[in-house]
Design a protein around this ligand. Structure first.
Ligand code: ADP
Ligand code: MG
Length: 352
């Protein structure tokens, strides 16, 4: 089937800033991985038989611990790494063996890799120059993308005259000017300080929504993935543990790994079954009609809106409960205290 594709530039928004939006039609998924495997050597698999569908215009985060196969997955999408087995589709077109430039993907690299002798504008315009677009037109488009990332006022600076965060914005504009169907980002925020990281995170989300293209963003931070994801893919040990909306993953983790990795959950045995219970559903103190455990307090942390109490349970499991600050200041548990923890059985979620 020939896909109908339309790209349009909508010149006006209420902010007066040019708005660039790519509209694509006729497909449901921007990315499909069909039983994809990657073996770098005969002994082990970096990615083991994963399947995934990313709906149109999604912010997708690949989340998991170091070495679980996130970057390998991204590099196979980009075409920087060969697939050992399986197939990859972008907007219904199989691209498994296509060279990177023919896939409709664009990768934003962690080290930004800007040309040091070119201005921000010329860095962004570079790929259009390669495609023999006229100077006037490529400068116009480059300015538009610099505006999108709020860097138009520094268009003439060289990379070494820009901060790390600013260089990253230029790199982002440079990846987007090729009008990719899918933008790939490998730990794009890890080099930034915590303040800039949260700000840039919001910017990425805004830009993704504004452009309407799918972003696939690799991170090992569950907080980052929760904040950004329309679809969150939790990986471990070369496999996908769970994929779905962030809220669904948080509320119904598929297994103990997911519950522990995304945090905020206790994993425990209840009536012979392994269950997760959100830490914010666990209270300090015994309560009639509630399920309970007891533990020895190992840590008490003031978090502002609440106080987090960490314990080791009688069965040797880690256990976390939250207290309101009023509850805490009325009766503060001390490290080494043995305390009861209660939760509503209805808050239990059975793990597989
Ligand atoms: P992540 O990005 O989740 O930290 P990677 O995808 O980089 O993980 O790596 C997954 C696994 O593949 C790891 O065990 C890693 O050591 C291995 N690996 C990654 N790249 C190569 C390579 N070029 N050659 C051999 N093994 C590799
Ligand atoms: Mg990686």
């Amino acid at each position: 089937m020939q896909l109908k594709k339309a790209r349009e530039i909508d010149e006006t928004t209420h902010t007066g800033r040019p708005k660039i939006r790519q509209v694509t039609q006729g497909h449901r998924f921007d990315v499909e991985l069909v039983r994809v495997t990657k073996s770098y050597n005969a002994k082990s698999k970096a990615v083991d038989d994963i399947s995934l569908r990313i709906p149109r215009s999604s912010y997708c985060c690949l989340l998991g611990p170091s070495g679980c196969g996130k970057s390998t997955t991204l590099r196979m999408l980009a075409g920087h790494e060969e697939v050992t087995d399986g197939a990859i589709l972008i907007q219904d077109t199989e691209i498994t063996t296509l060279p990177p430039v023919d896939r409709g993907t664009s990768m934003m690299f962690q080290d930004y890799a800007l040309f040091p002798h070119l201005s921000a504008l010329d860095n962004v315009a570079f790929s259009l120059k390669v495609r023999k677009v006229s100077k006037a037109e490529r400068d116009r488009q480059a300015r538009e993308y610099l505006e999108l990332v709020q860097m138009d006022h520094l268009a003439n600076r060289l990379p070494n005259e820009l901060s790390g965060g600013q260089q990253q914005r230029v790199a982002l504009a440079r990846s987007l000017i090729t009008r990719p169907k899918v933008l790939l980002l490998d730990e794009p925020l890890s080099a930034l300080d915590p303040f800039l990281r949260t700000r840039m995170r919001a910017e990425l989300k805004r830009i993704q929504k504004e452009l309407g293209i799918t972003f696939v963003h690799v991170t090992h931070s569950q907080e980052e993935a929760m904040a950004l994801s329309d679809i969150m893919v939790v990986m471990n040990d070369a496999k996908i543990m769970q994929a779905g909306p962030a809220r669904e993953v948080f509320e119904t983790p598929a297994n103990a790994f997911v519950a522990r990795f995304i945090g905020g959950h206790n994993v425990l045995m209840s009536e012979g079954r392994e269950v997760s219970v959100r830490a914010d559903a666990c209270r300090i103190g015994a309560m009639p009609g509630m399920r309970g455990a007891s533990g020895t307090v190992t840590m008490v942390e003031y978090k502002g809106p609440f106080v987090q109490v960490s314990m080791t349970s009688d069965t040797g499991d880690d256990l976390t409960a939250t207290m309101t600050d009023a509850e805490y200041f009325a009766a503060a548990p001390q490290i080494g205290d043995t305390v009861a923890v209660s939760w509503d059985p209805k808050a239990e979620h059975v793990l597989s």
